[in-house]
Design a protein around this ligand. Sequence first.
Ligand SMILES: *Cc1c(COP(=O)(O)O)cnc(C)c1O
Length: 383
Amino acid sequence: MDPIYLDSHATTPVDPRVLQAMLPFFTEQFGNASSRNHPFGWNAGKAVEQAREGVASLIGARFRDVVFTSGATESNNLAIKGVAASAPPGRRHLVTICTEHRAVLDPCRALERSGFRVTYVAVDREGLVDLDRLRDAIADDTLLVSAMSANNEIGVMHPLSDMASLAHDRGALFHCDAVQSAGLGPIDVRKTGIDLLSLSAHKIYGPKGVGALYVAKRDPAIHLEPLVDGGGHERGYRSGTLNVPGIVGVGRAAELCREAVDEPLRLRALRERLWSALSKSVDGIHLNGPVDPRLANNLNVRVDAVHGESLLKAIAADLAVSSGAACATASAEPSHVLRAIGLSDEQARASIRFGLGRFSTEREIDTAATIVGDAVCHLRRRC
Ligand SMILES: *Cc1c(COP(=O)(O)O)cnc(C)c1O
């Protein structure tokens, strides 16, 4: 039996319709999108602009405000370091949340080494940010507030409009890492007051190695210092010959997400089916993170009285999920997110993250619940 894939927070497969859209741009339509003197270039350029439109319409942006990057790690770095590099002298403070992805935390750490102050706002036992606490963290010299739309481990969703207002009240910009929620519910950058927003193609059934950063048109304009200098591509924000097939892929992936309006409901129902099966078959299983507000496709649980690593090892061949040990690297450090919501190292290691996806079926969900139930039973020597 093929293993069941329930690790959609880590990556998703390329949708066959996305692949179809990309393929011609590797071969017949291989032009450089910057070539102005022949149809090869014109066609590539046109495809890039259509993709920009696709990404923009997913987030309620104007197409000119979308910059293509190599992924959300680069988008987050460009947003955070790019704003910081052109900060006025009186604004050398940033605010973020302690449960952010490392692609936000690490650029913040880098800025601390070059003299910025950063406040990492704590969360409660469900991973929620207290808005009064956030308000207190923002000061008159705060340059940027960065908060993710939804957490990649426990799925908790943040009140973005309120957070953006708090940032704007003090004259700070608001950046959002929206990688996990993209395609799982409506988002409107302009209504929400988001100034900078990061997306990744490979979390929305597009290819790896491509992403986007939305940069709001504001008066005065947001000044972003590029990370990469060169030919002045992407309005100077991101030089380098455009990855046309990848960009076409993220554009098509975004369109498909926008069309699939019922997908969050379907995923939520599947997620509830999984949670209900697991809570029936496994004693001492607990939900990590809130019931609500929670990303439709996320379930994160911990199991009492089993050795986390043994559990993950027992299911690994049949079920692709993530453990509560750091997902990004080979290190077995317990997750900073699970620690931040008050779990012990041991509880974090005995946690399992399920990420349901577009191709998940009821049958797979039922089998997954059985696999986990049986493994726990064996480890407790009751089966
Ligand atoms: C996956 C992920 C990223 C990194 O995206 P890449 O495109 O792989 O660089 C950033 N933030 C969050 C919340 C993620 O889940």
